[in-house]
Write a protein that binds this ligand. Structure first.
Ligand code: HAM
Length: 455
């Protein structure tokens, strides 16, 4: 019996995971620079939370949620998105009391029973941010610009930003009626799902991927006619501030997004090669959601981007350049020869790991085999330790990138590592690394090394 990863999921293997780590790490830095702090919520929640927030009639709830009952028959769902859990936590923990404008971010897996294809998975990953506590259009512009900064930091060049405004809940209602009117005349041309949507929630027809419904959606009445003066003013200001920040955008009247909680601003980023149905990420305002979840009347806006799609778009923009990481980054291989030096080598490898990644042979292979292994692992330098070196209190250092080999006084090893090899702590002053390393295990290992040599 051979096991496979479940359909629509993937393993992120070494060699590829580095791109994930680097995107997540730059995302954290950028988000934190903008005042966002991380929040981690469970990967499953009460199913009801998503019915109430994402919406009963959405595809996410109707077709894509992984739901289950636990042993006590509690109805639960794997989170299909991160906004509702963040709001649940914000309300449950009264986070509005802590600061008026609460900026939170999250990075983690989401689950949707979607049809797997390029850029579409059943377990995928979000980097998301939510700013709670302000109605200001400046926040809208800041959130959109922040999302753009993350996408650019990933290396994506060909970005398209689409924006729209859905108005406040009241205006949405009159717009929904207008949509119902429009589609009622074309009922026969709608797919069976959309006929149900027409009665339950006509706006959801705009998400339909069936070509005939898609075609009909192109000529819908423009939402802008249904916006109140305040909504229009807000939308104008968002556009103004996006311009101030130098962001260009397209207005898209069909951008209602696939979740029910949006009010006013909605936005999405696309990549021209991935097409209109595969957004890199999106978001919008949801001024009524905190109240809907039992909290006070607090406006909010946020976005999530899909890491799989971001990395895919970034690799397209690198135009075929290999996205596996350069393996020959600062790392050492400690080759040892003969049982007589094993104890010294084993201890030295552990101690050196305080300052640099160290690989070591654990199978007593020949020097040739160890060098081959070091080369395969892609390390830049090999330390060679044999009886001879132990006696002379030296170590041989072979630079695999140039092939050069030198004899190094063991006392000079830390300094050598610092100047020639990139250490974990390169941002710290060399003396401090040496002090720290020599003050602890490494000093002990070196003195052990020196003492265990013959006279
Ligand atoms: P969403 O548009 O449903 O929004 O998802 C955001 C992004 O997640 C999409 O643009 C896409 O990149 C990625 N994504 C969605 N489904 C899949 C999938 N099956 N496979 C791969 N990637 C996928 C939200 O989830 C909202 N919570 C965004 C938000 C935050 N609105 C306000 N705050």
């Amino acid at each position: 019996m051979k096991y496979k990863a479940p359909r629509g999921t993937q393993d992120i293997l070494p060699g590829k995971v580095e791109a994930w780590q680097s995107f997540e790490s730059i995302s954290r830095t950028i988000l934190e620079r903008h005042g966002y702090r991380e929040i981690r919520t469970p990967v499953f929640e009460q199913k009801e939370l998503f019915l109430r927030t994402v919406g009963q009639d959405t595809d996410i709830v109707q077709k894509e949620m992984y739901t289950f009952a636990d042993r006590k028959d509690r109805q639960l769902a794997l989170r299909p998105e991160g906004t509702a859990p963040v709001i649940r936590s914000y309300v449950e923990n009264s986070l509005w009391k802590e600061r008026a404008l609460q900026k939170l971010y999250y990075i983690g897996p989401m689950f949707r029973y979607d049809r797997p294809q390029k850029g579409r998975y059943r377990q995928f990953h979000h980097v998301g941010a939510e700013a709670l506590g302000s109605l200001s259009p400046l926040v809208d512009a800041e959130v959109i610009a922040l999302m753009e900064m993350l996408l650019r930091a990933a290396g994506i060049k060909r970005l398209i930003l689409k924006i729209n405004s859905l108005g406040e809940a009241e205006n949405r209602k009159s717009y929904t009626l207008a949509l119902k009117d429009y589609f009622s005349g074309k009922r026969d041309q709608l797919c069976p799902d959309c006929r149900v949507r027409l009665e339950a929630n006509p706006m959801r027809i705009l998400d339909c991927k069936v070509p005939a419904c898609n075609q009909l959606s192109r000529d819908i009445p423009a939402m802008e006619q249904y916006l109140s003066d305040q909504d229009s003013e807000h939308y104008e200001k968002v556009q103004h501030w996006l311009g101030v920040l130098g962001l260009s955008f397209e207005k898209d009247k069909n951008l209602v997004r696939g979740l029910d909680y949006y009010t006013r601003t909605t936005f999405e980023f696309h990549h021209d090669e991935l097409g209109a149905t595969v957004a890199l990420g999106g978001g919008g305002r949801y001024d009524g959601l905190v109240e809907e979840c039992g909290g006070p009347e607090i406006p909010a806006i946020g976005f999530s981007l899909g890491t799989e799609r971001v990395l895919l778009a970034a690799s397209l923009d690198r135009a075929g350049k290999d996205d596996t990481v350069d393996k020959r980054k600062g790392a050492l291989y400690l080759a040892w020869l003969g049982e007589g030096v094993l104890e010294a080598a084993f201890k030295l490898a552990f101690a050196l790991r305080n300052i640099v990644p160290v690989e070591m042979d654990l199978e007593a292979r020949s020097l040739k085999a160890q060098l081959r292994q070091a080369d395969k692992m892609g390390v830049s330098h090999v330390l060679i330790l044999g009886d001879q070196e132990l006696v002379s209190k030296k170590v041989q250092v072979k630079d695999l990138t140039t092939g050069d080999q030198v004899d190094l006084d063991i006392e000079k090893l830390v300094e050598f590592i610092h100047t020639k090899i990139k250490c974990y702590d390169t941002d710290k002053a060399p003396e401090r690394i040496v002090d720290k390393a020599l003050g602890g295990e490494l000093r002990e290992a070196l003195s052990f090394f020196v003492n265990s040599g013959g006279n």
